[in-house]
Write a protein that binds this ligand. Structure first.
Ligand code: ADP
Length: 285
């Protein structure tokens, strides 16, 4: 306990079978180190949402176990309350998360339930809205906000619980490019403040900029994990998981193969800044 490399959450040999018999997860082993920012990628139906719902005990695994802070999760009421405070899950669709008539009531709900005083809750709401850049929206009804704003309020509601880890199911889905990049920047800042972040996403262009570790899931099984460099180098896995290279890597591939513009065999930059650095170096600019 307390070591720098402790696993903040872990899934051990998780199998999950829906009541209709669908096996959504098949022997999943998955762990996240405290302080990390990790992205889970994979096609629709791979099992991302099902896996996430295990991490605060919304789903009970059919087989296997979940550990939080290296402690096995049990499913009695007290343990579940503790797990839900430590592990905040932001659903893909904010309309499933936001329910109060005003933004401030929504964000206040969690801390009020934890038994905080009204004064404390007022401070927590203010702080949480500040962190997501949504001050001034206190009295607004959540259902009248834009997709990106709703997402930020949903994140504020989770932050108000002071979680150690935040798990976000496709946080950029349905947002415009600016909204998507604002959300990822926000997650990056929260991570710097010490919150461990796990996201699922299809956005292969944005992921390498923000996450140090990528995990690929397909058909309820983890098929690859490593740094973005390691994962995107495995083109077969990328293709069979309905993913693609980041656009900048694809450009390098086309230049290499079709224009004989040799940046190096199998050279796939993952971000524009990496490509810029490598090209300037290569051509001594
Ligand atoms: P992802 O989040 O990666 O898109 P899901 O976790 O939603 O994947 O789904 C994993 C698998 O479980 C899919 O085959 C999906 O059809 C199935 N599934 C999801 N929800 C249910 C449900 N309520 N009942 C039966 N099968 C489901």
């Amino acid at each position: 306990m307390g070591s720098i490399t402790m696993n903040i959450i872990e899934a051990r040999n998780i199998k999950y079978k829906y009541p209709d018999g669908t096996i959504a997860l098949n022997n999943i082993n998955f762990s996240v180190i405290k302080g990390d920012i990790v992205a889970l990628v994979g096609p629709n139906g791979a099992g991302k949402s099902t896996l996430f719902l295990h991490f605060n005990g919304i789903f009970t695994p059919t087989e296997g176990e979940i550990l939080i802070d290296e402690e096995k999760l049990s499913y009695d009421k007290k343990s579940l309350i503790k797990a839900r405070q430590k592990v905040g899950i932001v659903f893909q669709n904010p309309d499933e998360q936001l329910f109060a008539p005003t933004v401030e009531e929504d964000v206040a709900f969690g801390p009020l339930n934890l038994g905080k005083s009204l004064d404390e809750v007022t401070n927590i709401v203010e702080e949480s809205l500040k962190k997501v850049n949504m001050e001034g929206f206190e009295k607004r009804p959540p259902h009248h906000l834009s997709g990106g704003e709703k997402k930020r309020i949903a994140i504020a509601g989770i932050l108000a619980m002071n979680p150690e880890i935040m798990i976000l199911d496709e946080p950029t889905a349905g947002l415009d490019p600016k909204g998507a990049s604002q959300i990822l920047q926000l997650l990056y800042n929260l991570n710097k403040e010490g919150i461990t972040i796990v996201i699922s996403t299809h956005d292969v262009d944005l992921v390498p900029i923000y996450s140090k570790r990528l995990i690929v899931i397909n058909n309820g099984t983890i098929v690859k994990e490593g740094t973005p460099q390691e994962v995107f180098a495995d083109i077969d896995i990328i293709r069979s998981s309905n993913l693609r290279l980041p656009r900048i890597g694809h450009l390098a591939e086309v230049l290499n193969k079709e224009d004989n513009f040799k940046l190096g065999e199998e050279y796939y930059p993952l971000t524009i800044s990496q490509a810029r650095r490598d090209i300037l170096n290569k051509f001594n600019i």
